[in-house]
Design a protein around this ligand. Structure first.
Ligand code: ZN
Length: 186
């Protein structure tokens, strides 16, 4: 999946599904990210979730430890890593996190655990889950391109704490965010 062949050293997104994941959804997301960020997107296969990140007492995975692992998987400095996991993530100061980004290292991580839960009502579950995954993936990758948290509740960079807010926000960067970052995005 590459919009411009022959630019291997340029920025590229590497999507890293870890553990058992729905690859059809992962591939759909990866294709969408190509046009979103105008970069090539690769998908790594067969990566296991690092067990040293598991906190047995909490029954959750320490997000920062997985981000560090993603850094080690890079094969070129221009790569931006997006890890995807089904398991629940945490950082010590929070009960859980849906995702996390390390702009310095240029790695991001999103968990489907909270995105899968509740509020489907009569809606198409797969469609809702994909919409949530896209928003959270674009949000975390946005941090790697220099986007900050945004106060506009419709903007994809809006900082969401719960699933209702994720559902209410859009999947696009608002004009303020785009002005601030001044990068070419579709
Ligand atoms: Zn914004």
């Amino acid at each position: 999946m590459s919009p411009k062949k022959g630019f291997g050293l340029r920025n590229k997104i590497v999507v890293v599904p870890m553990g058992d994941m729905d690859y059809s959804m992962v591939n759909k997301l990866a294709s969408r990210l190509v046009s979103y960020f105008s970069v090539g997107v690769d998908v790594l296969q067969g990566v296991k979730i690092p067990q040293e990140a598991l906190n047995q007492q909490r029954g959750q995975y320490y997000s920062t430890v997985i981000l560090t692992k993603l850094e080690l998987m890079k094969s070129a400095p221009g790569e931006k890593m997006l890890g995807l996991v089904e398991e629940d993530l945490y950082i010590p100061s929070k009960n859980y996190v849906i995702g996390q980004a390390d702009p310095a290292g240029r790695s991001a991580l999103v968990s489907l655990f909270r995105l899968r839960r509740e509020n489907y009502e009569m809606l198409d579950e797969a469609k809702v889950l994909y919409a949530r995954l896209l928003k959270e993936s674009v949000h975390q990758l946005g941090h790697l391109w220099g986007f900050k948290g945004c106060r506009n509740p419709k903007c994809v960079m809006y900082l969401t704490e719960d699933i209702n807010e994720v559902d209410r926000k859009g999947n696009k960067f608002c004009d303020n965010c785009l002005r601030r970052v001044k990068v070419r995005l579709k």
